[in-house]
Design a protein around this ligand. Structure first.
Ligand SMILES: [Zn+2]
Ligand SMILES: [Zn+2]
Length: 137
C-alpha cells in the first residue's frame, strides 16, 4: 500500500513516498538554492531517511559541497532532469530534503519559516512566517 505522501519527477520515472507529515518546511533564499533550482528560492522539507522509500526510477546523485562547506547529494531524474530530493546531507544526518514541487499533492504543505533572507531579492515580499537571516539554529 502506498504511503501517505507520494511524489514523482516531471516525467514520472522517479517515484518515492513517505508517511511522516513534513515538519521542517523551509523557503530558502541561499545562493546554492538559487543556483540549483534556477529560481529565487527553493521550498523543501526534511523527511526521515527511515521513512523515505524510493519506489521507482534510478535518480542520479550529484555530489556537491555547499557554501557551508558541507557535502550533500542532489538527486535528479536522469530522464527528465527534474531535481527531486537531496540526500547524504552532512549538515542534517538522517534526513532527506524533498523538493516541495515533487509532491503529487503539495496543497496541504505550507512553509514554516524562511531562511537565508539576507539573500532574498528586493522584489520578493517576506511571508508572514519566522524569518532567519541565515540557517535557523
Ligand atoms: Zn523524470
Ligand atoms: Zn538554500
Amino acid at each position: 500500500m502506498a504511503k501517505t505522501y507520494t511524489a514523482r519527477c516531471a516525467c514520472g520515472d522517479v517515484k518515492f513516498e513517505f508517511d511522516m507529515a513534513p515538519d521542517f518546511v523551509a523557503v530558502c533564499h541561499c545562493l546554492d538554492c538559487k543556483k540549483a533550482s534556477g529560481g529565487e528560492a527553493a521550498t523543501f522539507f526534511g523527511v526521515a531517511e527511515d521513512d523515505f522509500t524510493l519506489i521507482s526510477g534510478r535518480p542520479h546523485a550529484f555530489h556537491y559541497v555547499a557554501q557551508s562547506g558541507k557535502g550533500l547529494d542532489r538527486n535528479f531524474c536522469p530522464n527528465c532532469g527534474a531535481r527531486v530530493f537531496t540526500s547524504n546531507l552532512e549538515s542534517f544526518p538522517g534526513l532527506v530534503f524533498v523538493a516541495l514541487g515533487s509532491l503529487d499533492d503539495p496543497k496541504g504543505i505550507a512553509p514554516k519559516l524562511e531562511m537565508f533572507t539576507r539573500r532574498r531579492l528586493a522584489w520578493v515580499k517576506p511571508l508572514d512566517l519566522p524569518q532567519y537571516e541565515g540557517m535557523p539554529s
